[in-house]
Each structure stands twice: as C-alpha cells, then as structure tokens.
Design a binder for this molecule. Structure first.
Ligand code: NAD
Length: 247
C-alpha cells in the first residue's frame, strides 16, 4: 500500500511508533526511525533490521524542541532518498497530576513535545513535500482530545492542540497536495499504559464497549490506511481507534 514511500516516524523506538514502523516496513516503505537518543534508536534499528532484513531503514535523533535540529536531520534524509513522502508525528508524553499538584514545568514539557514538536516537524517537512508534488502528514492524537480527562489536564490540552494543527494544516496544505490527518487512539497496550496502576487499567477496560484495550497494531493499521493512496481523498480527519471508548 505504501511501497517505496519514505516515512519518518517520530517516537518510533517503542510502543505505537515502533508498531507503525513495522506495519510500514511490512508494506514496502523505507522507514526512518526517529527517537530522542542514539542508544534507543540503535536498539530499534537492530530489532527492525533483524525482522526486515531486505528493507531500507535509517535512524535519526534530532532534538524535537529545536526546529534547526529537526531541519538538519530531515535534510540528511531528503538528501539520502531524494524525497520524504510520509511524516508521522507520534512522539508524546503524558502526566496525570491533578491541577492542585501540577508542576507548571511539566505542563510546559508536555506542550513542548506533544504540540511544538508537531509544528516543528511539519514545518521542516512541508517544503520538501511541496517541492516533490505532495505528501502525507499524520499525527498521533488521543481519545482524550475529544472527551478530556478527569486529571492530568496538560495531556488532553496538548492533544486538542494536535487536532487543531491537523485540521488547520490540512486546509493550508491541501493546495500543495499534502494531506494531514490524525489518529486518536484509546487506551493502548504500551509502556505509557504499563505505567498506570493496574486497577486504573481494569476500570478503563470496563468502560470500553469492545471489551479490551487496543494493541499497538490496531493503531498502526489506521496509520497505514491514512498514509496510503486508499485515503487519497481524506484530509483533516481525526480518526478514533478506541474500541468505542467514550471517557
Ligand atoms: P511510549 O511511551 O511507549 O513511546 C513514546 C515514544 O516517544 C518513544 O519512542 C519515546 O522515545 C518517544 N519520546 C518520548 N520523549 C521524547 C522526546 N523528548 N523526544 C523524542 N521522542 C520522545 O508511548 P506510546 O503509548 O507508544 O505513545 C505514542 C503516542 O501515542 C503518543 O503521542 C501518545 O500520546 C499517543 N497515545 C498513546 C495512548 C496509549 O494508551 N498508549 C493512547 C492515546 C494516544
């Protein structure tokens, strides 16, 4: 579905991002793993190269808070492959403190990675996509971007902003044949969820009509569809992949 497309995926050293990398490789893409540290990127490359020995896989680790650092990294990828077809803005962090206990520095940190980095990476990639006649930008949002959540207000706030960027950039970049969409996962089986108290996860599952939490592959399947030409007339969409969870 995305054979020979060049895809940069932020936060792809583990969890949902790694599942997207695998799904894209299974479907013939050339994948650029983008993480925060050289060691975690190297580890992911080792795993992926073992699993997909005949694929083209690269690694970068720009500082996602710094537009120039991202710009430099993306330039090396463009020079290597002559194009960048797909950008997945997936790196993200959360924090669950109540407003009373919320450290203002944590609020800034969440906004910086979950929002500013999406802006920075989109700004860095768009000129290449425009130049080559089109491309696809995909963002990882969250179901809490639709419903909010009862504590940890920074995280849902950041994902509301991701939806805003998705819809606004979709409108702005359509004329350059760049589609911009987001996937809004529900509770998904990754380190982010492993960090939650088991009782909380159990209570969450009880609220999901499809009766289970999502697997990273459930989410990766939605990204594959939106990245492919099967979604060539879809832009500005926030696609819920959440087992019908509504809280
Ligand atoms: P994870 O913690 O397993 O992975 C997060 C990824 O982001 C890792 O690859 C990590 O290296 C990267 N990352 C963290 N800090 C970074 C930084 N400063 N710079 C660059 N990269 C950094 O989390 P996950 O569950 O796979 O989450 C991936 C995305 O999915 C996030 O945007 C998250 O908000 C979203 N999401 C997750 C769930 C869930 O239940 N797991 C639900 C909805 C949305």
């Amino acid at each position: 579905m995305i054979k020979n497309k060049v895809a940069i995926i932020t936060g792809s050293t583990r969890g949902i991002g790694l599942a997207i990398a695998k799904k894209f490789l299974e479907n013939g893409a050339k994948v650029v793993v983008c993480g925060s540290k050289k060691e975690s990127v190297d580890k992911a490359l080792l795993t992926l190269n073992e699993e997909f020995p005949n694929s083209e896989i690269s690694g970068i680790y720009p500082n996602l808070s710094d537009f120039n650092s991202i710009s430099e990294s993306f330039k090396t990828i463009y020079e290597k492959y002559g194009k960048i077809d797909i950008l997945v803005n997936n790196a993200g962090i959360s924090a669950r403190a109540s407003l009373y206990d919320y450290d203002p520095a944590d609020f800034v940190k969440i906004m910086d990675l979950n929002v500013n980095a999406v802006f920075n990476c989109s700004k860095a990639v768009a000129p290449y996509m425009k130049e080559q006649g089109g491309g696809v930008i995909l963002n990882t949002s969250s179901m809490v971007s639709i419903y909010g959540q009862p504590s940890g207000c920074g995280y849902p706030t950041s994902k509301f902003a991701v939806n805003g960027l998705t819809k606004s950039l979709a409108r702005e970049l359509a004329k350059d044949n760049i589609r911009v969409n987001a996937v809004a996962p529900g509770v998904t089986n990754t380190d982010m969820v492993a960090a939650l108290p088991p009782e909380m996860v159990k209570n969450l599952v009880a609220t999901i009509p499809l009766g289970r939490i999502g697997e990273p592959e459930d989410i990766a399947n939605a990204f594959l569809f939106l990245a492919s030409d099967m979604a060539s007339y879809i832009s500005g969409v926030i696609l819920s992949v959440d087992g019908l969870a509504r809280a």
